[in-house]
Ligand binder design. Sequence first.
Ligand SMILES: [Zn+2]
Length: 59
Amino acid sequence: MAFGNQGGFQPRKMYQGNWKCSACGADITELPFEPDPARLDQLLCRDCHRARRPQRNRY
Ligand SMILES: [Zn+2]
């Protein structure tokens, strides 16, 4: 039997911390990934991250 995840979505592991967004200066308290210590000054908050992403999907 393979992975049988019943019940759908598992909450993703979030990394708690105390960082600052490099673009807007907002506080970042959790990230969906483990931040690279060498890039702590390049972190983006969720809003900036989304805004910076090229938008490929048009509707
Ligand atoms: Zn930001």
